[in-house]
Design a protein around this ligand. Structure first.
Ligand code: MSP
Length: 504
């Protein structure tokens, strides 16, 4: 049954250059989007840039250029990152787009008309890097930001407030009714604890901010950037396709992807804002951990820093995609390193998978003139291990457990390697009395390779696509072992993941 799947990444601040952390969230969403396309779902995948607010204003001032100049320059870099990492986003939203700005004004006016805002005085701590007002519980030792470890600013100002406190019960009910609103569970518990701790109203505007959208009902005040930013998930649908409004088709979003730093905004404020604006809240969000990039382990050819652009240039985007989701259990924090990258590249990509593909195709070429044997049955010993794997994969992807999903696939890759060893086709090839058995083994190997490669499409899109081409596979949908007969003509291939050459 085909369904629709709308997924998003955070929109990234353009005060800095894109880095691997941004690529990581985008790749997670891309893997999910590609998998759902494989299922035949109606998919929309959104990413983009967050271009207002104090962090941007400050960064521009520091460089001595206008905010407009800064955002145009840096947004272009984020947009350019997408094809480099092979992300298949359906749209790239920029919050400085006048179409977004107009829609935000319209929605916020509705929030005002519906009676969810009030004027008041704000006194408290503010982090200019988070662009966030901190509640007492969020202030670290010495009035510092627990995330950025910088001194917080004490601010006293006349603000408009969004009356978050009045959503206490409705938010508690939402979490009761939708136990998977936030995954993984431990993040959901954090959100629930935050809500149960008692909600305070949040600042909706800042009189001192210049680089922000004016409040439609009080244009002297500029909108606090998070309201403008969160609304991107809805506004984009209204103008992503010329002359078409996709809201009916895709709202509410199926899955917002982000790291834990912005949990509160998405898990608490965002559903309340939706309710205030008369919009349905999103269906679900997945909160992943941080990639820790500080490790100083020297690798033999890459040096110290895992520069995504360098890695991609030398090894391709697939290798990086694979490494990130294999090395760090999606949802947890985890360290990445160049040495770790090279180890996985060699043992898993080059050996486990690349060699399997090369060997299987070489044997079909050598023993059967490149023609995949026909009229064969699935070997019972393999069938047993492939049984239920597709369901497990779909299930894990549905829970956004990307690393576990990859493990399901890798277990099959390893199983196929053992099957080669167990059946030793090179021995069977010498036994002229029983050609049927060699046919069967080769058929099973090609079929197994096809099935795992289809599963790998979201993780290794370029490699999978090329190998599936070689295997004569036309579709890209998931398939059960034994669902295709033989008869295709295949050829030997160059190594999918060539050995790493250590520079002199
Ligand atoms: N502009 C806001 C988000 C608004 S969404 C309506 C913002 N931008 S950001 O540029 O700071 O991006 C934060 C997000 O980037 C994180 O939530 C995460 O998705 C991603 N990451 C940035 N660094 C990362 C790591 N080191 N590791 C994992 N994800 C990282 O917050």
């Amino acid at each position: 049954m085909s369904e629709r799947f709308y997924t998003t990444t955070p929109i990234y601040y353009v005060n800095a250059e894109p880095h691997l952390g941004h690529a990581y969230s985008t790749l997670a969403a891309d893997i999910l989007a590609r998998h759902h396309r494989q299922r035949g779902d109606d998919v929309f995948f959104l990413t983009g840039t967050d271009e207002h607010g104090e962090p941007i204003e400050n960064a521009a001032a520091k460089e001595g250029i206008s905010p407009e100049e800064l955002v145009d320059r840096n947004a272009a870099k984020f947009e350019a990152l997408m094809p480099i990492i092979d992300a298949t986003n359906d749209f790239f939203i920029r919050t400085s787009d006048p179409r977004h700005e107009a829609k935000v004004a319209e929605i916020m006016q509705r929030v005002y008309d519906n009676g969810w805002v009030r004027k008041g005085a704000y006194e408290g701590w503010y982090c200019p890097r988070c662009a966030d007002f901190k509640t007492e519980r969020e202030v670290a030792e010495g009035n510092t930001c627990p995330i950025h470890e910088i001194a917080l600013d004490w601010v006293e100002e006349e603000n408009w407030f969004f009356e978050l406190s009045r959503f206490q019960e409705r938010l508690e009910a939402l979490y009761e009714e939708q136990p998977d609103f936030v995954v993984p569970d431990f993040r959901r518990n954090e959100a629930v604890a935050f809500i149960k701790g008692g909600l305070e109203d949040v600042s909706l505007s800042r009189p001192t901010l210049k680089w922000g959208l004016p409040l439609p009902w009080d244009p002297d005040q500029r909108m606090y950037v998070w309201f403008d930013a969160l609304l991107n998930y809805v506004t984009a649908l209204t103008f992503a396709r010329e002359g078409e409004d996709l809201t009916e088709r895709f709202w509410p979003a199926d899955l917002h992807v982000m790291a834990k730093d912005i949990l509160k905004f998405h898990a608490v404020i965002w559903p309340a804002l939706c309710m205030a604006a008369g919009l349905q809240p999103p269906r679900r969000m997945v909160i992943h951990g941080y990639l820790l990039m500080g490790e100083k382990k020297m690798s033999k050819s890459l040096g110290n820093v895992l520069d995504p652009f360098e890695v991609i240039e030398r090894f391709g985007a697939d290798a990086l995609r694979f490494y990130l989701f294999r090395e760090v259990s999606f949802g947890q924090d985890g360290s990445i390193s160049t040495a770790g990258f090279e180890a996985r590249y060699e043992t898993e990509l080059a050996n486990d998978y690349g060699n399997l593909a090369s060997r299987v195709l070489a044997m079909v070429a050598r023993y059967r003139d490149g023609v995949v044997p026909v009229e064969c049955r699935v070997d019972a010993v393999l069938a047993e291990d492939f049984e239920g794997a597709l369901d497990r994969l779909r299930d894990l992807i549905d829970r956004a457990e990307l690393s576990q999903a990859l493990e399901v696939i890798w277990t099959l890759v390893r199983r196929l390697n053992r099957y080669v060893e167990e059946t030793a086709p090179w021995v069977l090839a010498k036994d002229e009395a029983d050609p049927q058995r060699l046919d069967e083994v080769l058929y099973n190997l090609v079929e197994g390779l096809r099935v795992v490669t289809l599963m790998l499409v979201p993780f290794l899109p370029a490699t999978a696509d090329s190998l599936l081409g070689t295997l004569g596979e036309e579709g890209r949908g998931l398939a059960e072992l034994g669902s295709r007969g033989g008869g295709q003509t295949v050829e030997k291939i160059q190594p999918l993941f060539p050995k790493i050459e250590t520079p002199a």
